[in-house]
Ligand binder design. Structure first.
Ligand SMILES: Nc1ncnc2c1ncn2[C@@H]1O[C@H](COP(=O)(O)OP(=O)(O)OP(=O)(O)O)[C@@H](O)[C@H]1O
Length: 321
């Protein structure tokens, strides 16, 4: 049984006279122990998906789906108060911007303890300190960091602190939303190593939201390619990156200077994302695809099983991936 099962997830934002259909018909199983990189360019719906799963969408956002289960438990049809009980305890999320949420005039531990109490009011101070100390050791932070003020920690240290906080109740699933984005490459590399250690030591399953395919290649076991709100390809990370079946995946890999098999510098993908308030009838990547067929304009390819992975493209396996 998958740890997280998502079937036909749709997430929309209501605007004055239109709706943004930010995630459409997203279906994916995440198995225990997987580190899944969810990747796509800006506006592809990565954060919307993560926030929808955690029920923290802004007021104009709403999610519909046929199934969402966590460890076999229906988490789609439960009440908000039931959901709050499992947030942080069974699944948690760590944001890139969480660090700026801390008050500059209070020491870190007090603020973390308040956050812990908001989720589990019965947590004793000693228990919180003990758990945090253990987590801090894994992410290479000294115990004294808890007694510091936020400005005394570097960006990388702060991000590690936030990851520790997200793991305090031993959730099975943790969503990391762009946690490495604001960091320099050295700090990013260290943080990725520490995440790998946490995964092993705590038996975590991770969903890593990022726009950096290099980070996914470094850290993840699986990769989900999101484009304009649709899942275009999913599978083992090396298979997908080094033998892409979908033309968008191929273009995305080639846009990364270190992964591009043809070498050379950065390559962009000409064109822009389609208007998500009026998505096209056929293939979502039609406008920008260099391998498109006439039928792709009006016919939408299904997500299908292909060589141990999932792909949405009529020409999967036919073009030179
Ligand atoms: N509150 C909102 N109201 C209306 N539209 C929104 C809202 N939040 C996001 N969107 C739209 O939803 C789509 C998906 O956005 P989202 O932020 O999920 O993408 P993303 O892949 O996470 O991008 P980024 O990498 O820039 O964070 C975009 O078209 C965006 O403009």
């Amino acid at each position: 049984m998958p740890l997280l099962q998502m079937k036909n997830v749709n997430i929309n934002y209501r605007l004055k006279n239109r709706q943004v259909r930010a995630v459409r018909d997203f279906t994916l199983d995440i198995n225990e122990g997987d580190i899944v990189g969810v990747i796509g360019e800006s506006g592809s719906g990565k954060s919307t998906l993560a926030h929808g799963l955690m029920r923290i969408l802004p007021g104009n956002g709403y999610l519909e789906a046929s199934t969402i289960t966590l460890n076999g438990k229906d988490i789609l049809n439960i009440s908000d108060s039931e959901f709050r009980k499992l947030r942080w305890v069974e699944m948690s999320i760590v944001f890139q911007k969480a660090m700026s949420a801390l008050s500059p005039v209070h020491k870190i531990f007090g603020q973390m303890y308040d956050a812990i109490l908001a989720h589990k009011p019965e947590t004793g101070k000693e228990e919180a300190i003990k758990k945090l100390e253990k987590l801090l050791a894994v992410v290479n932070l000294p115990r004294k960091a808890l007694d510091m003020y936020p400005h005394e920690l570097s960006g990388g240290m702060m991000q590690r602190m936030m990851i520790s906080l997200g793991l305090i109740f031993n959730p099975k699933l943790v969503i990391l939303d762009e946690v490495t984005t604001a960091l320099d490459v050295i700090t990013q590399g260290q943080l990725l190593d520490e995440i790998k250690r946490l995964v092993k030591e705590f038996g975590l399953t991770v969903m890593m939201i990022t726009h950096d395919i290099g980070v996914v290649n470094e850290l993840c076991t699986k990769i989900a390619i999101l484009y304009a709100g649709e899942l275009l390809e999913y599978g083992d990370v090396k298979d997908v990156i080094f033998k892409p079946l979908n033309p968008y995946t191929k273009a995305l890999v080639e846009s990364h200077p270190d992964l591009n098999p043809h070498g050379g510098g950065l390559r962009g993908i000409p064109g822009t994302l389609p208007d998500l308030s009026n998505p096209p009838e056929g293939c979502i990547f039609y406008d920008r695809c260099t391998c498109r067929l006439d039928r792709c304009r009006e016919e939408k390819p299904e997500l299908r099983d292909f060589n141990n992975r999932k792909v949405k493209c009529f020409k999967a396996g036919e073009f030179n991936g």
